[in-house]
Design a protein around this ligand. Structure first.
Ligand SMILES: NC(=O)c1ccc[n+]([C@@H]2O[C@H](COP(=O)([O-])OP(=O)(O)OC[C@H]3O[C@@H](n4cnc5c(N)ncnc54)[C@H](OP(=O)(O)O)[C@@H]3O)[C@@H](O)[C@H]2O)c1
Length: 398
């Protein structure tokens, strides 16, 4: 069985490269900085180490047939020593912008003595994750150059091409410019996510100096911040190109940005919050006071258990499910007309709450009025009422 070393295996592309290689029956070894947090499949052999440490790379590369290389720095400083420790066959995750003098161009140059393949993607669709916080917490996304147009590529398409290159000798000495199937402006990308997520968002242009400062505040290198802003400004008039390389290599079209948005939609949605016991109790009491039984039932689990004494002999019966409970209630109250319900509560403690009801009713045949008082002790689990224990009693006369 062949063994392939994967660097950046815990990253957004690397995880799919690992999956693709395992699916092809390849034995995977990963160079990771923190094995305890790697969260990779059990059959992946983990070698602890930093990619900037040639000694760690040498240990990781010992005996492997090929390596997937990701160089996670903005400069090629130290890369020559690392490249020397790699096996002969290397597939390098480069960039469409691998011009000489860029980190990607410099690393490519260092790899020229190997059996190399350069996979050069356009902008990663997964960069759009940077807007997820804006989607979850507000209605506005602010970006520099909203009309900058990129042919964003899905991380699974990048990985698919990398895996093919790692598995086939005929890819040696080839560079692949890979992109998504269309170029979209940043405004269009945000609109696409908004449509998929079902939350309209406003796009606002961020002045370049504000964008620059925001990047510096996040610790970006000043030169890189400047070049990134200039790059996006240039993309307004000169969109990233669109290639058909993914389809030619994999046999199926590159995934559109809409697919990426669908795959990542949960990250852009506010996670539903589970209401607290106090909230459930308040809503339940409000609904009962207002005579809105449907609303009260909506707060109750369909599998709710109700424990109540039998009217006749005080023996307790346990009913399960709202249907059985409502049927029983209809039977017990068939001879009664309710004139008034007085609800007191709730009294909340941990995941329980108590309510006191005083029912004023009369028998339509005899006209005899009566009062019934009951205490309900409810249990709330995961935002729903899951148990109701009922106690009937006659309050002492004042
Ligand atoms: N974003 C784009 O638009 C774009 C476009 C073209 C090319 N690229 C290239 O794509 C690469 C990023 O890919 P990605 O998005 O899949 O990565 P990512 O999600 O940002 O993850 C980075 C990976 O590199 C590992 N790593 C970082 N520093 C390391 C170190 N010192 N030693 C060992 N491992 C280290 C991380 O491992 P840990 O678990 O240890 O953190 C993680 O697995 C970069 O080289 C970038 O230049 C990006």
């Amino acid at each position: 069985m062949r063994t392939i070393l994967v660097t950046g295996a815990t990253g957004r592309v690397g995880r799919h490269v690992v999956d693709g290689l395992r699916a092809a029956g390849v034995s995977v070894r990963a160079l990771v900085r923190t094995p305890e947090r790697a969260d990779l499949p059990r059959d992946v052999e983990l070698i602890q180490g930093d990619i900037n440490d040639p000694g760690a790379v040498k240990r990781a590369a010992d005996g492997v047939d090929a390596a997937f290389l990701l160089w996670p720095s903005f400069s090629a400083y130290g890369a020559a020593e690392v490249v020397r420790e790699l096996p002969r066959r290397v597939v390098y995750l480069s960039s469409l912008n691998a011009a000489p003098g860029s980190v990607w161009g410099d690393v490519e140059e260092l790899l020229k003595g190997k059996d190399w393949t350069f996979v050069r993607p356009s902008g990663f669709a997964v960069n759009a994750q940077g807007w997820a916080g804006d989607f979850r917490t507000g209605e506005v996304v602010r970006v520099a150059s909203p009309e900058a147009s990129r042919s964003l590529i899905h991380e699974q398409d990048i990985a698919a091409v990398c895996v093919l290159a790692l598995l086939g000798e005929h890819h040696i000495g080839r560079s692949y410019d890979i992109t998504g199937p269309e170029a979209l402006t940043q405004s269009e990308q945000i609109e696409t996510i908004a449509r998929v997520v079902g939350k309209p968002m406003r796009v606002e242009a961020m002045p370049d100096d504000v964008a620059r400062q925001a990047m510096l505040d996040l610790g970006a290198d000043p030169i890189l911040a400047e070049s990134s802003i200039a790059y996006f400004a240039a993309l307004v008039d000169n969109p990233e190109p669109v290639t058909t390389t993914v389809a030619e290599l994999t046999g199926r079209p590159a995934r559109p940005f809409t697919t990426w948005a669908q795959d990542h939609a949960p990250e852009f949605r506010t996670p539903p919050t589970t209401p607290s016991t106090a909230e459930v109790a308040r809503l339940y009491v409000d609904a009962l006071k207002g005579g809105r039984l449907d609303e009260a039932l909506a707060l109750t689990s369909p599998d709710v258990v109700r424990v109540a004494p039998l009217e006749t002999d005080g023996e307790e019966i346990e009913l399960k499910g709202t249907e059985a409970i409502l049927e029983n209630a209809d039977r017990l109250t068939a001879d009664l007309v309710y004139d008034h319900i007085d609800v007191l509560g709730p009294l909340v403690l941990d995941n329980h709450f108590a309510i006191r009801f005083i029912f004023t009713h009369h028998n339509p045949r005899t006209g005899a009025p009566a009062h019934t008082t009951k205490l309900s002790l409810c249990t709330v689990t995961a935002g729903q009422i899951t148990r109701e224990e009922v106690f009937y009693y006659t309050p002492p006369r004042p």
